[in-house]
Write a protein of this length. Structure first.
Length: 592
């Protein structure tokens, strides 16, 4: 019930449309009551050999009632359907806004397909509950109560017999509702799992074909569709058993009423043949109404299960990104300090351990170390993608724990090793960092990132579509586009997470020279395995197993740290050996 009350709040903005739909419903219900009554009068008139004109009047009443009923039925359906679609739009917008505000920790624990299922199938089930469910529920209650009164008005004896089964029917409906809610919840969870497998198989089609895994993926998808089938079938069987039960009950009641009604006509003479016909007609209207109640119970159970999944997302902790935030860029110096920072993605494995670090404003810092040493995690903590379990992170002596994440991300920009590109144009992807940027600004940052010359070789140039996730671009081209996008937003602090790992050595050298000329005065932190950027660094930090092993300049570490010295020598030698090959590769890509 609590879930229903929360869901009904989404219908409140459209209450006047729903009230209009209810008014149409009342008129339709009243006319529905009228038609069987007229039919009963017609039967008695025929048996009593009344005047022909009376039959014409009764026929006209039936015809006009049916016409008016049809018009108001259309109005009811139009109002309820249009309102339900508006509610559906609001629900999806609320859910999407929530997705945008949820933490990385939440998204790490969820499957994309399941989140998509909540925004599609679950929303559709909820939409029915908060619009049609209310309307049809009121319609059924009105119909059942009204017909009950009419049945007693015709014959209290027949009505008492007919309605004696109602308590048993209600008990059956309540029991079925509990079973159906469990069945539909499992079915919707299975649907979320199926959507996840489908989404992953489509986005990962390259890997699937590379490993000839089509058969494996097909079998995996078949297992999820089988789960959806099994749970949906179970729910349908429970629902169908309810319908069969109602059909049996009302068929039996009709037979009993017919037997007793003939006795009341012939022996007791308390009702007329027309009244018996009226009673059976009204009973015929009552039967589908009660049967419809079973269907509504099933749909409500499904909607409540969907609402439960919906509110699990809505109730999750998030931040408000819809309120305009003010950047502190003009006043930010960019001094960063970490004090005893400890972080783990799970309770068992510590990624960063008691980390203490101070980065002066305006300096360039290179963080290197073995894979899994915590380099990328450290950068994500600075953006508040995650919060440390203990310790303190400050920017300009202000704890970021108390800083609004939106305002923080105006001032701190990041380029990931595998940047995400949207399936739109190169221009739109670069302007994602600043939507109102001029073309001159776009070209400027593209030249710095060594992207402009390549773009100008394309037929559509900056209007070229990059495909889903930038599939038409190479890894290096995507990284250079992401660097241009970050530069366009002009943050005070820039984080580069292995942002040049897919760029050839010669292009990278040009890019870094231009980049650091642009970044003068900005705090820049580079997490990398490459040593090409160390010559620009004011400070180099070596991480090992989540702790700081060494800190110093390049010249200091070449003397004091054997690990750094050996790794630098290896990379330097390897880069010389491959320089000619990389030059040829860069020409082939049209990058030079």
């Amino acid at each position: 019930m609590a879930i229903l009350l929360r869901l009904f709040k989404y219908a409140k903005p459209y209450r006047y449309r729903l009230i209009s739909a209810y008014c149409c419903l009342l008129i339709v219900t009243g006319l529905t009551y009228l038609i069987p009554w007229i039919l009963g009068l017609a039967i008695d008139s025929a048996l009593e050999n009344r005047e022909h004109m009376q039959f014409i009047v009764l026929a006209f009443l039936i015809l006009s009632s049916s016409l008016i009923r049809g018009l108001f039925t259309y109005g009811q359906h139009y109002l309820s359907e249009s309102t339900s679609q508006l509610i559906s739009q609001d629900l999806r917008n609320s859910l999407f806004q929530k997705y945008q505000g949820l933490s990385f920790s939440f998204h790490d624990q969820q499957h994309t397909g399941d989140l998509m299922s909540r925004a599609t199938a679950d929303i559709e089930a909820i939409r029915w509950v908060v619009s049609d469910g209310i309307l049809r529920g009121v319609s059924l209650i009105t119909m059942i109560l009204g017909i009950t009164v009419i049945l007693f008005a015709i014959s209290w004896e027949l009505a008492s017999v007919s309605l004696s089964f109602i308590p048993f029917i209600l008990w059956r409906g309540t029991t079925i509702a509990k079973q159906l809610r469990i069945c539909w919840l499992k079915a919707q969870e299975a649907l979320g799992g199926m959507t996840t497998v489908l989404q992953e198989s489509i986005t990962g089609i390259q890997a699937t074909k590379s490993f000839n895994a089509e058969t494996y993926e097909h079998a995996k998808f078949e297992s999820t569709t089988a789960a959806v089938y099994q749970h949906s079938l179970k729910a349908s069987l429970v629902h169908s058993s309810n319908g069969a039960f109602f059909t049996f009950i009302f068929s039996s009641i009709t037979g009993i009423v017919l037997f007793l009604g003939i006795r009341l006509i012939n022996i007791d003479q308390t009702i007329s043949p027309g009244q018996l016909a009226q009673f059976i007609f009204y009973l015929g209207l009552l039967a589908p109404s009660v049967r419809m109640a079973g269907w509504i119970i099933s749909s409500l159970s499904r909607g409540i299960a969907a609402g439960d999944r919906f509110f699990k997302v809505i109730d999750a902790d998030s931040y408000d990104f819809d309120t305009p935030k003010v950047s502190n860029n003009q006043h930010l110096r960019g001094e960063i300090e970490l004090g005893k920072v400890h972080f783990s993605y799970s309770d068992n494995i510590a990624i960063l351990k008691n980390l203490n670090l101070k980065i002066p404003a305006g300096t360039t810092v290179v963080i290197t170390g073995e894979p899994g040493s915590g380099k990328s995690t450290l950068l994500q903590l600075l953006l508040k993608f995650y919060n440390p379990q203990s310790g303190m992170i400050t920017i300009d002596e202000t704890e970021i724990a108390s800083t609004d994440p939106i305002a923080l991300r105006y001032d701190v920009g990041i380029v990931f090793q595998d940047p995400f590109l949207f399936s739109t144009t190169i221009l739109d992807n670069i302007r994602y960092g600043k939507e109102d940027a001029t073309m001159a600004e776009v070209v400027s940052v593209s030249e710095i990132s060594q992207l402009h010359q390549f773009v100008m070789t394309l037929p559509q140039q900056y209007e070229t579509l990059v495909g889903e996730r930038g599939i038409t671009l190479s890894g290096g081209q995507k990284q250079r586009l992401a660097i241009a996008r970050c530069l366009l937003s002009d943050p005070k602090i820039i984080l580069l997470d292995d942002a040049t790992s897919n760029i050839d050595v010669l292009t990278e050298s040009k890019l870094l020279t231009n980049l650091f000329a642009r970044l003068t005065g900005k705090t820049t932190i580079i997490a990398t395995h490459r040593f090409s950027s160390t010559k620009f660094a004011d400070l180099i930090i070596i991480l090992q197993n989540g702790t700081i092993q060494s800190v110093g300049t390049h010249s200091e570490l070449m003397v004091s740290d054997n690990y750094y010295k050996q790794l630098y020598a290896y990379q330097n030698t390897d880069s010389h050996k491959s320089s000619e090959q990389l030059t040829e590769q860069s020409h082939d890509e049209g990058l030079l």
